[in-house]
Structures are given as structure tokens and as C-alpha cells.
Design a protein around this ligand. Structure first.
Ligand code: SAM
Length: 274
């Protein structure tokens, strides 16, 4: 990683970002006081959002463990978010010492915090945070840190966990996923989740629609998708058991506080490349 990559980037503290809001829902940490009005509005409309976020985060951990168990030793975690406990490199290296992880995000706070953490942990030889946008696959794939850490002749674990909701239809999300599929070899895996209202009750539909509208004030709008749209992102991948399911229901490894609110609003699946 070049030293210029570590220069702090300017932060927009006035517009809440999806990364900071999600981080708050997972950890309770308020990063900027200016995010609080937005967070309070979101809590009012979607009181179950923190639970949704925590279920989503736990799915990511289980998907990483699944991939390491399947022999994957290198990960491209796109839309990685702000680091919290149980980050991809920590989970993976705890299971197999020779793992490498490239994180990607386009949020300044996520990038700066991840780089600080990786530097503090002394893991920059095996891990990096790349400042890039999912909408630019070539920039991610060709980035010097990606090329340094990922051997594309070996299986790769792609993580796109709750990042596609931030990609509008105009940006052709299925084509973006396809470009990553075309870059990796057989035995590679992909894990994705996606917020959806398809299976939600009427009351929740109204709540979440109101919450989603709030994101119009954030730095990025959110796109809700159907099960079929989510499944289309796995085109070319063999979807592992139990198929397209809710994040809570994907190989749960501990009793979870399942409810009728958060549970149906997050589709999840893991695929492997035949
Ligand atoms: C809801 S968080 C998910 C974080 C993490 N993947 C997880 O599941 O715990 C979404 C993340 O995707 C990032 N993101 C949104 N749009 C992106 C884009 N076009 N390119 C890269 N990252 C993006 C946001 O900055 C944020 O950190």
C-alpha cells in the first residue's frame, strides 16, 4: 500500500452516510452528532432496524466461516463498512492463518477507520482497505492492493453483504456482480444479502418504505428488491443449501432473537462457482 493511501480523506459530516448509520445500528456508536436527527427518524420509522443490522452482520460472519471451511483463503469484501468486532480478516485468520483480505468501500469514515485498524493490528501484509466503488469493478480488480493480495488463479471469497441495495437499477447491479464472477475461478464463493419487503407484512411495508424514503436525505438512496431480483444476482453461481433464505435462517449457529419484523426483510444466500 502506498503511503498516499493513508492520507485522511475529507469527511462530509453534514450528510449521514449509509456506512455510519449501519455502524450505529450494529454497535450503538454515534460517529457524528450531526447523524443523530437522521438516526432518530430512522428509529421512529423502523424500530427493528438495529436488529436487522445485527442479523445481517452475523450472517456475514457465518458466510466467512463457511467459505474458509470450503477452502477459500482470500476474500474480497466489497462494501465492507466501518470495522467492528468480528471483521472478515479476524474471522478468517482465526480459522486459517494464511488468509488474505481486501476490503473495499467508498465511504471515507469506513476507509479511514479500517486503515487505522489494519495498521494498528500490523496486518497490512495480508490485509488492505481499497478506496473504490462497486460500480467500478476494473478499478477494484486492478488495484495494486488487490493484485498484491489476491491470486486470481485460486478461489476467491466475494462478499457483497448488504451493498447492492445502494446500487440503483441504472447502475446495472447484476452486470456488476457478473464482472466479478468472470474474474474468479471455479471454487470461488459469493455471499450476498439484500433488504426486501416482498415477504414483509403490510405494517412493516409501510414502516420500511418510510424509512427508505429517509435515505433520500443520506448520501446514497436505498433500493429495495424482490426475491427474484436478488436471485438473479446469483446467475452462474450454484446456490448452497438452504438456497435463498432470510439472513437469520442461513445456517444459524446460535439461538437468535427472531421476530416477524426484521427477519423477512433481508434475503441472504451463498453461491459457489462450479
Ligand atoms: C449496510 S453497510 C454493510 C457493511 C458490511 N458489508 C456488513 O454487511 O456488515 C453498506 C456498506 O456499503 C458501502 N457502499 C455503498 N455503496 C457502495 C459502492 N457503490 N461501492 C462501495 N461501497 C459501497 C457503504 O459505504 C457501507 O459501508
Amino acid at each position: 500500500m502506498s503511503s498516499s493511501d493513508f492520507e485522511p480523506r475529507p469527511l462530509d459530516t453534514h450528510k449521514p452516510s449509509s456506512a455510519r448509520i449501519y455502524h450505529h445500528m450494529v454497535t450503538g456508536e454515534v460517529i457524528f452528532e450531526s447523524d443523530l436527527p437522521f438516526i432518530h427518524r430512522l428509529y421512529a420509522d423502523i424500530p427493528f432496524y438495529p436488529k436487522w443490522a445485527q442479523h445481517n452482520r452475523r450472517f456475514l460472519a457465518r458466510a466467512v466461516r463457511h467459505m474458509v471451511g470450503a477452502g477459500v483463503r482470500q476474500f474480497l469484501d466489497i462494501g465492507a463498512g466501518l470495522p467492528t468486532g468480528g471483521n472478515t480478516h479476524e474471522i478468517a485468520s482465526g480459522l486459517a492463518a494464511d488468509t488474505r483480505v481486501v476490503y473495499v468501500d467508498n465511504d471515507e469514515e469506513a476507509i479511514n477507520r479500517a486503515r487505522d485498524l489494519l495498521r494498528e493490528q500490523g496486518v497490512l501484509d495480508t490485509t488492505a482497505m481499497v478506496d473504490a466503488d462497486l460500480r467500478e469493478p476494473a478499478r477494484i480488480l486492478d488495484h495494486p492492493d488487490t493484485q498484491r493480495l489476491i491470486d486470481f488463479s485460486q478461489p476467491v471469497g466475494l462478499l457483497m453483504v448488504s451493498v447492492l441495495p445502494w446500487i440503483t437499477e441504472a447502475d446495472k447491479p447484476a452486470a456488476l456482480v457478473e464482472q466479478f464472477r468472470n474474474a474468479v475461478v471455479s471454487g470461488s464463493h459469493i455471499a450476498m444479502t439484500h433488504v426486501s419487503l416482498e415477504d414483509a407484512g403490510q405494517e412493516i411495508k409501510q414502516q420500511v418504505a418510510a424509512g427508505a424514503a429517509i435515505f433520500a436525505d443520506a448520501s446514497t438512496p436505498v433500493t429495495l428488491r424482490t426475491r427474484q431480483q436478488f436471485e438473479s444476482f446469483f446467475n452462474g453461481w450454484s446456490i448452497a443449501e438452504p438456497g435463498i433464505t432470510y439472513a437469520t435462517d442461513w445456517h444459524p449457529d446460535q439461538p437468535v432473537d427472531i421476530d416477524d419484523y426484521a427477519r423477512p426483510c433481508n434475503f441472504a444466500a451463498v453461491g459457489s462457482l462450479p
